[in-house]
Write a protein that binds this ligand. Structure first.
Ligand SMILES: Nc1ncnc2c1ncn2[C@@H]1O[C@H](COP(=O)(O)OP(=O)(O)OP(=O)(O)O)[C@@H](O)[C@H]1O
Length: 343
């Protein structure tokens, strides 16, 4: 595919960008006032990796993913912090035309609601050409060719899908169309929010494999949001675990899942039968995750559900401790022998 040169495009065409999120706070306006969905989040996404964002519903995964595109919508807003992306700078300061061009060309994305985000009145092919035009693609035929190949690769009849409108496609087909749109402009930072939730297990496994292949072939940096630890285990190199608007653990996926350092990660893993190996050993995490209105203001946000709660957890925000290559935000991390997965 040929794309006109973009003077604002600083990174080399094949450079996988790194991302540094610093002290990011995002608030939503609620009847109780503005409340933080992300509270001082810092996270470094390494170039060339597939990073997974995991955590229960409401932990802030989608809000963080949207922040990387500076796409948090009212009643939400980025209240503090930066999102520094190699080649783009601090995207929280981008707006208007600069931001529009960054999305699509540099930042490919598919949001959670992608199954329903197509224009119902236009064929997929027409929408593809609109996308190409709005991003200055010089060779529309090559764009269509690339899109068809991507769709074929994901097990869809590419030519027919391009000629179809949204209502002619199943939820799983639409989801794959969304992934195609995220990849077709050759962006080097790709953000996929729950990319495979509408797919059956076999198709899901195939799509995850293809996402990984394309990630490698093109030298991408990829962020995948999922509530499914199995998906994260299958496809990611690194894992960031979120709870109550914080990243509580972050590191290589094999380490985070193999020897979780945060009591919340330990609980998440124990709750999954297929990783625990024994269905009887799977135990749901007691209690429920907090909502915006119930996240504790002081101390550790996880303490109400934590089996290792100490006095200091009531008042002190947990410091970030390094465990090898990993960060763990817990007062107890490293202080005592950790629970084993089946303990
Ligand atoms: N438009 C909004 N208005 C008010 N609160 C919101 C809005 N969007 C999200 N929130 C709140 O912000 C918090 C984080 O939501 P977010 O969608 O980022 O979490 P998530 O981990 O992606 O959840 P899920 O897995 O259910 O998508 C939640 O408490 C949610 O209720």
């Amino acid at each position: 595919m040929t794309i006109d040169p973009d003077p604002a495009a600083a990174p080399g065409p094949h450079a996988a960008p790194g991302v540094r999120v610093r002290d990011l706070t995002v608030v939503y306006r609620t009847p109780l006032g503005e409340l933080p969905a992300l509270h001082g989040v810092s996270l470094a996404i390494e170039p060339g990796t597939i990073t997974g964002l995991v955590g229960e519903s409401g932990s802030g995964k989608s809000t963080l993913a949207l922040s990387l595109l500076n796409a948090v919508q009212p009643p939400g807003r980025i209240a503090a912090g930066q999102v520094e992306i190699d080649g783009l700078g601090d995207v929280t300061r981008l707006g208007g035309e600069e931001l529009r061009r960054a999305r699509g060309r540099h930042l490919g994305y598919v949001f959670q609601a992608a199954q329903n985000s197509l224009n119902p009145l236009k064929t997929v092919g027409k929408q593809l050409l609109d996308l190409g035009r709005s991003h200055g693609v010089a060779d529309p035929a090559a764009l269509v060719h690339d899109a068809r190949l991507l769709l074929d690769r994901m097990g869809l009849p590419g030519a027919r899908v391009l000629d179809s409108c949204q209502h002619e496609l199943s939820g799983g087909m639409r989801q794959r169309v969304g992934i195609m749109f995220a990849l077709v402009l050759n962006a080097h930072l790709v953000i996929l929010d729950e990319p495979t939730t509408a797919l059956d297990m076999i198709t899901q496994a195939a799509i995850l494999r293809i996402i990984r292949e394309i990630h490698k072939e093109r030298g991408l940096t990829t962020l995948i949001v999922t509530h499914d630890i199995g998906v994260a285990a299958e496809v990611t190199d690194r894992l960031a675990v979120m709870y109550g608007g914080r990243v509580v653990e972050h590191g290589p996926t094999t380490e985070v899942l193999g020897d979780p350092g945060h009591p919340y990660t330990q609980g998440l893993i124990r709750a999954i039968p297929r990783l625990s190996g024994d269905i009887d050993a799977a135990r749901a995490l007691p209690g429920r995750p907090p909502t915006l209105g119930t996240v504790p203001v002081d101390g550790c946000v996880f303490r109400e559900r934590c089996p290792r709660r100490m006095d200091v957890c009531e008042t002190g925000e947990p410091p970030v401790a390094w465990l090898g290559d990993r960060t763990v935000a817990c007062h107890a991390a490293g202080a005592a022998p950790r629970e084993k997965e089946h303990a």
